[in-house]
Design a protein around this ligand. Sequence first.
Ligand code: ATP
Ligand code: MG
Length: 264
Amino acid sequence: MPETPPPLLTAQGLTKSYGPHTVVRGVSLEVARGEVLGLVGESGSGKSTVARMVLRLVEPSAGSVHFDGIDVLHAGRAAMKTVRRRMGVVFQDPYGALNPRMRVHDILAEPFQIHGMEHLDGMPLEDKLHAMVAEVGLEPSALARYPHAFSGGQRQRINIARALALRPELLVLDEPVSALDVSVGAQVINLLQHLQRTHGLACLFISHSMPLVRYLCDRVAVLRGGELVETGPVLEVCEHPREPYTQALIAATPSFAAAATPVN
Ligand SMILES: Nc1ncnc2c1ncn2[C@@H]1O[C@H](COP(=O)(O)OP(=O)(O)OP(=O)(O)O)[C@@H](O)[C@H]1O
Ligand SMILES: [Mg+2]
């Protein structure tokens, strides 16, 4: 049997308490290279808290996070900067995430400047920026404009372009389309799927929608009240959910496939 390579991301026993309230308890999960793991659960179940602990934006009360062998929670400044370069992130709110006073050109150039990677790929920065907006389906003229000049879906495309700028190996997506109209969201999901496949990206995809997770993910972890209740290959969990909670999540949202018919 061929040896299974170690997972790209491993979280073990992640726990977060705020005062007396434990909002995430003992969550362990793994994401292999190129794999899409869905993290699903109702509002308040702790999905964003898990994502933020993985990204070390929230300090866990207990547990560990390893990214390609790096102990993320104990990484020093330099190691942490490397981890941040290798993990991209897109949040739910396409409006809040972009600095309204910066042109898209500068928003997309910023990661290269922060990490001193203007020469990535040996391509001039301007060429890279043009390729980036094209890759997410925007016109080159988008570079000269400010975030307010875009729709929600277009802004989320800009956020995706920025998250992918430095060629991360893992993308953390926290409800990236739940603020968008269904049809616009479906187009963004199709874009994400296309980018995931072309770049062989590993993803931690957070959603409250089982049909969406089924459409996009390889495996799924189901979170209820801060604890994982069910984990497995997405089709297995969707076809034969063991937990009534998972069954309820599946029943709660209509099928995604109809809305997600590719448009291009
Ligand atoms: N900074 C904080 N201080 C106190 N409680 C918090 C804090 N952040 C989150 N919580 C609580 O932790 C619980 C989990 O929140 P979290 O945002 O992780 O849920 P979620 O699954 O992402 O929900 P949603 O689907 O609405 O985004 C909630 O009860 C929330 O009120
Ligand atoms: Mg959330």
